[in-house]
Design a protein around this ligand. Structure first.
Ligand SMILES: Cc1cc2nc3c(=O)[nH]c(=O)nc-3n(C[C@H](O)[C@H](O)[C@H](O)COP(=O)(O)O)c2cc1C
Length: 270
């Protein structure tokens, strides 16, 4: 009975002339309803896939920064070579927080899980820093080969998120790789240029006295000049992004970032 009534209602609406305002409004409303149901259903359905893709992308970038990314091998299998740990940035000690559930980006936004940086400390322009950070240890048996550190900081238009890998002397840089930024392609976006990224390999973060010296300079590195082992060429036409990268690397390798951890680890190695 009710079904017949609905059918009758639909038939009477469809039977209206196409230029009838009542028909236009009802058809537009139904179309919006169907589309919103489709959009929300697909957003919910694809959420796990999006999360998995994001995680796979992070793993790919960690493999790339350590030179292990290889198109013919499975990312998850390659990533098994890494041990993921959480460290207390202030003390440089390992913590027992579960790395699988720890979200450093969320923690940085939570006043209870982060610290507010003073203007003097905040050279990377990030305002707050999570108290705990993930580190990715690349090991060969019991021997540590490289440690990958997540870094982020402001360039010109955006916050750049990436990884720096450090060799087992806790001084030599293995690589730098960004997985997210919105700098201008061809200018600041050249941070992704493999030629420019390659320059980071083998650079020394600290001098013999343990001072942090790494920097992106303006122009080209003069290899005849003392200190060239701490310098990387600036990106032409992108001085502000270059300065941002220099600052973020200095922040994260410095005392307010992974400095205490790197110091502790290099002393333990001696
Ligand atoms: C459309 C547009 C996009 C730009 N994008 C960037 C950028 O991504 N990174 C950057 O450092 N400078 C960028 N610049 C240039 C800066 O505004 C600034 O001029 C430059 O950083 C100065 O560096 P230079 O001394 O190497 O030219 C852009 C400029 C324009 C007009």
């Amino acid at each position: 009975m009710a079904d017949n009534k609905n059918k009758g209602m639909f038939a009477s609406i469809l039977g209206l002339p196409n230029d009838d305002p009542k028909k236009t409004i009802i058809v537009a409303f139904l179309l919006c309803l169907v589309c919103s149901v489709l959009v929300s259903t697909s957003a919910v359905m694809f959420k796990p896939l999006q999360v998995a893709n994001k995680q796979a992308d992070i793993k790919k970038n960690i493999l790339a920064v350590t030179g292990l990314l290889n198109e013919s091998s499975d990312v998850n299998t390659l990533f098994e070579q890494f041990e993921v740990k959480i460290i207390d940035l202030e003390t440089g000690e390992y913590s027992d927080i579960d790395p699988d559930t720890y979200d450093q980006k969320k923690a940085a936004d939570d006043p209870a899980q982060s610290i507010q940086l003073s203007q003097q400390q905040d050279i990377a322009n990030i305002a707050r820093r999570a108290k705990f950070a993930k580190v990715y240890l690349l090991k060969d048996g019991n021997n540590l080969k490289q440690v990958v550190l997540p870094v982020h900081g402001y360039g010109l238009w955006s916050t750049l998120y990436g990884f720096v890998s450090i060799e087992s002397d806790f001084n030599t840089i293995g690589g730098l790789q960004f997985y997210s930024h919105a700098e201008t392609p061809g200018l600041g976006g050249e941070v992704d240029n493999p030629k420019w990224r390659k320059q980071w390999q083998g650079k020394k973060a600290f001098n013999d006295s343990g001072e942090l010296k790494i920097e992106v300079i303006r122009g080209h590195v003069d290899f005849q000049v003392a200190g060239a082992e701490h310098q990387v060429d600036g990106l032409s036409g992108a001085t502000l992004t270059s300065r941002g990268v220099s600052n973020l690397v200095n922040f994260w390798l410095g005392n307010d970032g992974f400095g205490p951890y790197l110091k502790k680890m290099s002393e333990a190695e001696k």
